[in-house]
Design a protein around this ligand. Sequence first.
Ligand SMILES: Nc1ncnc2c1ncn2[C@@H]1O[C@H](COP(=O)(O)OP(=O)(O)O)[C@@H](O)[C@H]1O
Ligand SMILES: [Mg+2]
Length: 219
Amino acid sequence: MLLSLSNVTKSYETPEGPVEVLKGVDLLVSEGQSVALTGESGSGKSTLLHLASGLDRPESGVILVNGRDLTGLDEAGRALYRKNEVGLIFQQFNLIPSLNVEANIAFHAKLAGRHDVAWQSELVAQLGLGQLLNRYPEQLSGGQQQRVAIARTLAARPALVLADEPTGNLDEATGDAVLDLMLSLSRNAGSALLLVTHSMRLADKLDRKVLLRGGKIAA
Ligand SMILES: Nc1ncnc2c1ncn2[C@@H]1O[C@H](COP(=O)(O)OP(=O)(O)O)[C@@H](O)[C@H]1O
Ligand SMILES: [Mg+2]
């Protein structure tokens, strides 16, 4: 098993008191598998992705990646995990403003020691980024930034890609096309994919879909 969450809980402190968002989540993702994580707004999908990415820690429960317990790692260990094993595509894209598109795409792959010129060229071609390589993130539309973020993540061939509504601010036709591409490219890269979406239509394209409801995986 690539990713395994067992009985994971997470609450947040709010002015109204603690809010229990995840109440015992169990979820398995195997190598190379694509899983759609669905659920109503506020159900805790982004929270779950943050925990699986090592950006945040659960209160209790176990998160294993390749058999290693993420919750037992310190901040440096979790940073290494993000560098080497996991790729994140969040809604804010997190492109590096001072680097052009080409350097943004190469950045993580180089950091992880897995920069592959041929694979990067294929990603650039497939995602239609060839004309944009010398631009800076601020010179791109939202949809273009999104495609750069996808290329940047897949360039490093992470074992696991965590994507939070990556096509959420694209129109339906463009979103579908980008998701199809993302699926085929992540299969090419051998990456497993845990993708948050509230579109059942998009979720149906993945190997499996799960529903987060009432703080647990309902189906
Ligand atoms: N940093 C935070 N502090 C307090 N509450 C938060 C924080 N992040 C998320 N929440 C709350 O946790 C719940 C789940 O949020 P989130 O994981 O973003 O849901 P989703 O991604 O499914 O829309 C929401 O009620 C949200 O208001
Ligand atoms: Mg969210």
